[in-house]
Design a protein around this ligand. Structure first.
Ligand SMILES: [Zn+2]
Length: 479
């Protein structure tokens, strides 16, 4: 009679057929109380020289024991299920095999590839259209030359989607000669950023990795892992439900495009939610997106009187507060753009930054500050509202703001003054504004002579003066 260890998954079988069960990992409970196989980690018991070892370490020691005594060796087994690639469909690459009554299944000759689908096929919804085509399947056997029949199943689309990125990387001028050009594919691969729906996460992306590894081993590409980063996009919802034809809640972006233009459709979608989150379709938000684009377009007249050469000569220190604030918001939007494009893809935050920048620009009327704002915003919003940005960039700068990477100007982030809390005997009584470069003595002088302080320290003895940089000034008085 066999003995099943109590940690084994055969536990159920052994229980049912009343086979002996032996505890070899200390489960802290007797065999009577054991309801199911013990699969956690534990200490070996009743295991000869392996007794008292943690089971994880023991596994290694047991393998070593087997190998040392020539009783067995370590091996990892992989198993992949058989995988049907053929479908009875018209849309798919024909499987290039021929059925011959003499030779059996014969591969088509290389020079006859690729086998093209017939274009005069009848799609009736009944049966396999290639099988039903009157002549397409008739051919001659590549081996014996007798008349034979083509395979009428086609490859499922996942077969093609498993290597299309390598095909795209191949220069189209070579497409007729090669499937994948190794030099081209090595130049372009790997894919830096893959964007797809969650439905691709387990099938397509897994198949694509298998194909890439196989093509690597066959020498077609140096790529081993095809995709470096994956962004899984969220779904679009309407009235709380996934848009679908059967629910009748599908919104056609074409309607928005024809009423407001493609830029509005793009801005609305990207502003509504970060791309990884679900997006709730909202008609009034479409209107809001359109209004922003109009305002952005129409405000460009505020640049009149300025020209691009003046932008570089802007003297930040000589500007008034609103002009400084506008520049700061514009460069914050540029910083946001760098972060969004390189890392987060949260385009909604970039759009929000540009809206803030446009608001800040509107609170001043320096045409050069306006023009600088457009120099940057038409560049960073271009991937989102390309038509508007192209037109404005063309008319204002002859596209010069796309010639090189835009640089952030740190000068706009330097603060003119910082506010410090003013506390008397540890109690906050107000705030004072000081220059960021002010010395400790200057700050104390300013604090003591401030109207707030006078009220609390007059006629009293000042016994302690404390400055906590960038935070507060504390004056301690007695009497
Ligand atoms: Zn044959």
């Amino acid at each position: 009679m066999a003995i099943v260890p109590a940690h084994d998954r055969d536990f159920e079988f052994a229980t049912k057929y009343k086979l002996d069960i032996k505890i070899v990992i200390d489960t802290k409970m007797g065999i009577i109380d054991l309801q199911e196989a013990f699969t956690d980690e534990g200490i070996l018991v009743d295991s000869d020289q392996f007794t008292d070892m943690p089971n994880v370490t023991a596994k290694k020691a047991i393998i070593e024991h087997f190998e040392k005594n020539n009783l067995g060796y370590e091996k990892v087994n992989f198993k992949l299920r058989d995988w049907g690639v053929s479908r009875q469909r018209y849309w798919g690459a024909p499987i290039p095999f021929v059925h011959c009554s003499e030779c059996g299944i014969v591969p088509e000759k290389i020079e006859n590839l690729p086998i093209a689908l017939p274009e005069d096929v009848q799609i009736t919804g009944e049966g396999n259209p290639l099988e039903n085509h009157p002549t397409w399947k008739n051919c001659s056997c590549p081996k014996c030359g007798k008349s034979a029949r083509r395979e009428t199943d086609t490859l499922d689309t996942f077969v093609q989607s498993s290597w299309y990125f390598l095909r795209y990387a191949t220069n189209p001028s070579k497409w007729d000669e090669v499937g994948i050009d190794k030099e081209d594919s090595n130049y372009w691969m790997d894919v830096d950023q893959y964007i797809g729906g969650i439905e691709h996460a387990i099938l397509h992306l897994l198949y694509a990795r298998f194909f890439t590894k196989a093509l690597n081993q066959l020498g077609y590409t140096n790529s081993i892992e095809p995709f470096k980063n994956l962004l899984t996009q969220g779904m679009v919802l309407k009235d709380g439900a996934k848009m679908s034809k059967s629910k009748g809640n599908v919104v056609d972006p074409d309607e928005i495009v024809s009423k407001y233009g493609a830029d509005t459709a793009r801005l609305f979608i990207l502003f509504a939610a970060p791309p990884t989150k679900e997006l709730e379709w909202n008609d009034s938000a479409v209107e809001g997106a359109y209004k922003f684009i109009r305002r952005f377009y129409e405000s460009s007249t505020k640049c009149e009187g300025a020209n691009a050469s003046l932008i570089e000569r802007l003297d930040h220190a000589s500007l008034n507060d609103n002009e400084k604030e506008a520049r700061k918001k514009v460069y914050e939007a540029l910083q946001k753009a760098n972060e969004v494009m390189n890392k987060t893809f949260a385009f909604n935050t970039l759009i929000a930054s540009c809206m803030e920048a446009l608001n800040a620009l509107n609170k001043q009327d320096n045409p050069t500050v306006w023009l600088e704002g457009y120099y940057i915003m038409t560049n960073i919003l271009e991937p989102i509202i390309p038509h508007t940005c192209w037109e404005l960039s063309d008319s204002l700068f002859a596209r010069a703001n796309f010639e090189k990477q835009l640089a952030v100007k740190e000068e706009v982030f330097v603060q003119d003054s910082i506010s410090l809390a003013l506390t008397i005997n540890g109690k906050k009584r107000g705030e004072i504004e000081v220059s960021p470069s002010a010395s400790k003595e200057e700050i104390l002088e300013m604090a003591k002579s401030s109207e707030i302080a006078k009220k609390w320290i007059e006629g009293k003895e000042l016994i302690k003066e404390i400055v906590v940089p960038n935070k507060l000034v504390n004056l301690v008085v007695k009497g």
